[in-house]
Design a protein around this ligand. Structure first.
Ligand SMILES: Cc1cc2nc3c(=O)[nH]c(=O)nc-3n(C[C@H](O)[C@H](O)[C@H](O)COP(=O)(O)O)c2cc1C
Length: 201
């Protein structure tokens, strides 16, 4: 390992430390510490961005759940590329992640789906996410249909609902500093570890 080469776990541990700090902040100051902006891109190069919630992070990457037939789902299945951005305002920290996207295993998705509230489970069946809705009552009608379909039993995970894992290739930690002389450390994947570079703010 060269002098600047860092172990695989280093930026993940750094992220986890900040994430734990963010989660310990009272909800009135930081209502949703797991929320991040997720950017995807379509076949023409048009980017799109939306908020999703981080459900797991470990040395393999960053996991969130969604509908695979949504706009983001279709784009991720086609391009296998994503960017993420966290902003924990009370910590004055931003974390940016870029990488390759893979699908989580059925077992992993099943376990997470089973932990969700029944209402959210039924919602995952009822919502044809990102598709046009002819009438506002259509969603209620679909929900009622699903309530009937799964009445008295467990709600299984819909086949089109699962998780993605962003396997990071670049992670940047940004910390606010006086006079906008912010500190930026960028980790870039380098063989079996990471290279770290500091960038001008
Ligand atoms: C705070 C917040 C959390 C959200 N979490 C998720 C999520 O974890 N998964 C998801 O599919 N959509 C989530 N959404 C909705 C997305 O932002 C988006 O509207 C939806 O997924 C459709 O996006 P798409 O049409 O680009 O696929 C969340 C929205 C907000 C504001």
């Amino acid at each position: 390992m060269t002098e600047n080469k860092r172990p695989l776990i280093e930026p993940i541990e750094r992220f986890r430390g900040l994430f734990a700090e963010a989660k310990s902040i009272p909800r009135d100051r930081l209502p949703e510490p797991t929320a991040f902006s997720l950017a995807t891109v379509d076949g023409s190069g048009q980017p799109s961005v939306r908020i999703v919630l981080l459900k797991n992070v470990d040395e393999r990457g960053f996991v969130f759940y969604t509908n695979y037939e949504s706009r983001k789902g279709r784009e991720l299945l086609a391009t296998h590329r994503a960017a993420m951005c966290f902003h924990w305002q009370p910590l004055e920290v931003q974390v940016r992640v870029e990488g390759v996207v893979e699908t989580v295993s059925d077992a992993e998705a099943d376990a997470y789906f089973a932990s969700r509230a029944r209402g959210s489970q039924l919602g995952a069946w009822a919502s044809i996410q990102s598709r046009p809705m002819a009438s506002p009552s259509d969603l209620d009608a679909r929900l009622a249909e699903m309530e009937k379909r799964f009445a008295g039993g467990d709600v299984p995970r819909p086949p089109h609902w699962s998780g993605f894992r962003v396997v990071p290739e670049r992670i940047e930690f940004w910390k606010n500093m006086p006079s906008r002389l912010h500190v930026r450390h960028v980790y870039t994947r380098d063989g079996d570890g990471w290279s770290v570079t500091q960038l001008y703010p």
